[in-house]
Design a protein around this ligand. Sequence first.
Ligand code: NAP
Length: 267
Amino acid sequence: MQERKQKLQNGLLLPAIGFGTWLLSEGEEVRKAVIEAIDAGYRLIDTAAQYGNEKGIGKAVGESGLDRKDVLITTKLAAETKGYEETLRAFEASLKRLDTNYVDLYLIHSPVPWGARGDGMEYMEANIASWRAMEDLYRERRIRAIGVSNFEPVHLDALLAEADIAPMVNQIEINPFHEPKETIAYCQAKDIVIQAYSPLAQGRVFSARHLEELATEKGRTIAQVVLRWHYQKGFLPVPKSKNAERIKENIGIFDFELDAKEMKRIG
Ligand code: NAP
């Protein structure tokens, strides 16, 4: 069974599963994990300026033996960094740390700074200024696709009203305990591809009895049935692991299927 890639509005194909790197420390830890991930077959690495590990990721991609064009790198503009010039500067700093001359997917990490209260609509003007910078970088071919993260319909409406180029991706939290239906439906209607972060609920899926039962019936692991659920729903999960065996396990989801009843049992 072949992995089905997801086509963005501009034709760029994204792998159905990516490798998450939040909480992997800069240096050896992240470098080793990303090398393991690439060896296991992952072709999209998800990082962010705020993860503080872009240097190790750049090193791993450089050492992987693959052409740069064959490994996609996502990084994100920090939630606290907003504005046109601020975004250009932050992008250059990420590129330098990643030791590359382009980024495949660049996302606004969050419409609001971490910890801000309310819907954060007061930040939309600053987000739109960031978006203008991202559009310019995209036109200059220094970014292959641009998108957002943690955007809800209210933020997407405001952005779409001003954008020349619509966001191609929205990376949001999705897992069997958390499926934000309104945002998902909105993105699907506007052809915005959904990437699922914390796809394993940061480890909480492993103590769910109903998932354990299904995994046993399928002769699979809990991680595999949950990641297969994401895949069949059309979400692109980016699971993180620092362990070589689990990194391999998590991408082993393309040789079995869940039927409609099994899908319902998961979430
Ligand atoms: P996650 O991928 O849902 O879960 C990671 C946890 O599950 C880790 O504790 C990991 O432990 C464990 N794990 C992974 N595979 C396993 C397996 N097969 N068996 C048992 N345990 C397993 O959580 P996440 O890191 O929050 O989310 C994934 C990625 O999404 C992040 O790394 C990041 O790239 C992205 N993200 C983005 C945002 C955003 O705002 N855009 C927010 C959060 C996360 P070990 O490492 O010990 O295996």
